[in-house]
Design a protein around this ligand. Structure first.
Ligand code: FE2
Ligand code: FE2
Length: 183
């Protein structure tokens, strides 16, 4: 019985001696081992695009927070600020994962709107602002869904990070859609 279990484990995890030897090679790669299943340059490029997207969303929500005025603006402003802070949290988590994968977070302001999937749209009034935020959230939802599908089982850590972010973007989209109806 024991040998069957051990045999199965060996088939899944591979030879322990080889495993220990490989772990000692390329230790400068940190968390990235030969078993990393995704194409690292592609994942880093996608994550840097996601990082740019989050930063554009921080800036757009901040602009909307400061510029919102009118009779309905008080509760909407708070929502904008909360979203700005959550997008900043996403940006930080993505940047940390980029470093963990041996890459560098691209925080160069030059080109950030080109790298971003979502757009920076100021909006002329409260309704325009909420509409632009809803559109940006829907862009983020679609691009994160595609990245998650691409990562699959190849990089479960990045996939789970993006799944968590996706769930928040879906809440953001719902918040904006609800606000739009209430105006
Ligand atoms: Fe976000
Ligand atoms: Fe969002």
């Amino acid at each position: 019985m024991t040998s069957v279990v051990a045999g199965k484990t060996a088939a899944i995890v591979s030879d322990i001696t080889a495993l220990r030897d490989r772990a000692r090679q390329h230790i400068e790669d940190g968390a990235v081992t030969p078993s990393y299943g995704a194409d690292r340059p592609t994942v880093l490029k996608l994550l840097n695009e996601a990082l740019a997207t989050e930063i554009v969303c921080v800036l757009r929500y901040k602009r909307h927070y400061f510029m919102a005025d009118g009779i309905h603006s008080e509760s909407v402003k708070e929502e904008f600020l909360q979203h700005a802070n959550e997008e900043q949290g996403h940006a930080d988590a993505i940047a940390a994962r980029i470093v963990q994968l041996g890459g560098e977070p691209n925080l160069n302001p030059e080109g950030i709107t080109t790298r971003s999937h979502a757009e920076y749209r100021e909006g002329a009034n409260l309704r325009d602002m909420i509409t632009e935020d809803l559109v940006a959230e829907r862009i983020a939802i679609e691009s994160y869904s595609q990245m998650i599908a691409y990562l699959g089982a190849h990089d479960p850590t990045t996939r789970k990070l993006l799944e968590g972010i996706l769930a928040v973007e879906e809440e953001h989209a719902e918040d904006m859609a609800t606000l739009l109806k209430s105006l």
